[in-house]
Design a protein around this ligand. Structure first.
Ligand SMILES: Nc1ncnc2c1ncn2[C@@H]1O[C@H](COP(=O)(O)OP(=O)(O)OP(=O)(O)O)[C@@H](O)[C@H]1O
Ligand SMILES: [Mg+2]
Length: 478
């Protein structure tokens, strides 16, 4: 039994990760075995390097814990062979007290970490936990990227949160019609992307998509841009020019930043929409138009109506269907997907960045993203440009994130035991993700295994009075 490969099943095998212990001392093997089982790992054990290599050959192993003085080829040689044949396996070495040089040599050969014997179970547990998190995160990121590649999506829109699912449903519906759509949302939430998705997933996708930014042009130019002009209409008008309304044909005219359109032009736009005709600048003739109109703004149009800056009749005309895009901070579960998509997008093949550190992801998840997806996209682009290794670290992120507080303080600033804070965070994450443990773990920046362990722990613990109302409320949703 001592040298037999053992496959143990654990009560919390959520991670599905496997660990191989290589040590000729049965006490160490048993100790590692117990800790690994608690961490939710499958465990194999071996007393010799020869058998360890056999197990590595035949079974899917993710982590190896090996003593350096293990019979046959020895721990250092074992690490070398693992590096050559199973490079994805993470290795922790066990070293004797006073042999730090060999431990350093082992890390140079690629060991992820080392522990000096005799060690405390807590130390091993902490190191295993950290490693399991890192592996899970890496695997999850890979999975997300695969999903991303295979997901049909709506014109590059990323996100699977319930809020985005609602947006996709609306896009699908309105794409089949030609009535106006008004897209609202903070800056950088993807309004233009949604407008394009509506156009390109509808029956008129082969017709033009004509965007016009109502905030970027001076009023006289917007008018001639939208409605066109005739030769001699103003100084410099040497030829007649078709306006975008006409040029869009049976396609889509996208009126971006409609809230910035001057009031006198709002009247002309309303008329064009009502009569399906425009009058080019300097012309007495009216020209028929057939384009569908989609408008977008980050302004509060109802407030603008109250202050007289936006015409109510135009608002009613444009607001036939409204799509409101959620700010990124209200759909944080989509952040890992977006981060991965942007990592892929900006990846430089010469210096590929494979993943993002747990700490960096935690900061990204905790930050409020006032500039929404555009800000996140820029942050990742910059981090990829600055990053050096295969992992993106906190130091590569913009300073606004580096100093962002990861934990929010309790509202009344009460001092709460750390454990209670942790419990609150976990239960809240589960509430926000409607009980989806995988999404909750991602939201919290911890591994699934840890989340499962903590939940199990809560189940077996009596709830103390101070947490009572909170816990009762939260567990309803789990
Ligand atoms: N759901 C999404 N998935 C992937 N990328 C997105 C998503 N939403 C927005 N983006 C990206 O974020 C950036 C900003 O999007 P977009 O220009 O559509 O936002 P916007 O709401 O029009 O912003 P603004 O109000 O500042 O004009 C773009 O580069 C876009 O590709
Ligand atoms: Mg925009």
């Amino acid at each position: 039994m001592e040298t037999d490969a053992r496959l143990e099943t654990s009560a919390v095998r959520s991670a599905g990760l496997s660990l191989l212990i290589v040590d000729d001392e049965i006490t160490t093997r048993n100790l590692c075995n117990d800790v690994a089982l608690e961490t939710g790992l499958h465990v194999y054990a071996s007393a010799t390097t020869e058998q360890a290599l056999e197990i590595l050959d035949q079974y899917p192993v993710d982590i190896v814990i090996t003593d350096l003085k293990v019979p046959q080829v020895g721990g250092l040689e074992l690490i070398k062979r693992i590096r050559e044949n199973n490079p994805q396996v993470a290795v922790i070495v066990l070293t004797q007290y006073g042999t730090i040089e060999t431990a350093i040599e082992a890390t140079r050969l690629g060991a992820a970490d080392y522990i000096t014997k005799p060690f405390h179970v807590e130390e091993l547990r902490a190191k295993l936990d950290r490693l399991v998190h890192a592996i899970e995160l890496d695997q999850e990121n890979r999975l997300l990227r695969q999903q991303l590649r295979s997901r049909p999506g709506f014109g590059g829109l990323i996100g699977v949160s319930p809020k985005m699912q609602r947006v996709y449903k609306l896009i699908e519906k309105v794409a089949q019609h030609t009535y106006p759509v008004l897209i609202l949302g903070e800056s950088g939430t993807g309004k233009e992307l949604v407008a394009r998705s509506i156009h390109f997933s509808g029956p008129r996708s082969n017709k033009p998509f004509a965007p016009v930014d109502c905030s970027a042009l001076v009023p006289t130019l917007i008018e001639s841009e939208l409605f066109g002009y005739v030769k001699g209409a103003f100084t410099g008008a040497q030829h007649s020019k078709q306006g975008l309304f006409e040029a869009a044909g049976e396609g889509t005219l996208f009126l971006d930043e409609i809230g910035d359109l001057p009031v006198d032009l709002q009247a002309k736009l309303l008329r064009a929409l009502q009569e399906h005709e425009v009058k080019p600048v300097g012309s007495n003739e009216r020209v028929g138009i057939r384009a569908r109109v989609i408008a977008a703004t980050n302004r509060d149009l109802e407030a603008a109506i109250r202050t007289g800056n936006f015409r109510q009749d135009l608002y009613f005309r444009l607001n036939v269907v409204q799509i409101k895009l959620p700010p990124l901070r209200d759909r944080r579960t989509d952040i890992p997907l977006l981060v991965n998509a942007f990592l892929e997008k900006f990846c430089d093949p010469a210096h590929p960045i494979h993943t993002i550190s747990e700490d960096a992801m935690r900061r990204i998840m905790a930050y409020d993203w006032p500039g929404n997806i555009r800000e996140l996209e820029n942050a990742i682009e910059r981090a990829v440009a600055l990053g050096t290794g295969p992992i993106l670290h906190v130091g590569d992120l913009p300073s606004s994130l580096q100093y962002a507080s990861v934990e929010k303080l309790p509202e009344n600033d009460e001092l709460v035991p750390l454990e209670a804070l942790e419990r609150r965070a976990i239960l809240r994450a589960l509430r926000e993700t409607a009980g989806d443990k995988m999404a909750a773990a991602r939201l919290l920046g911890i591994g699934k295994t840890t989340l499962y362990r903590k939940l199990k722990q809560y189940e077996s613990e009596p709830h103390d009075g101070s947490n009572g109302p909170f816990v009762r409320k939260a567990t309803n949703g789990i």
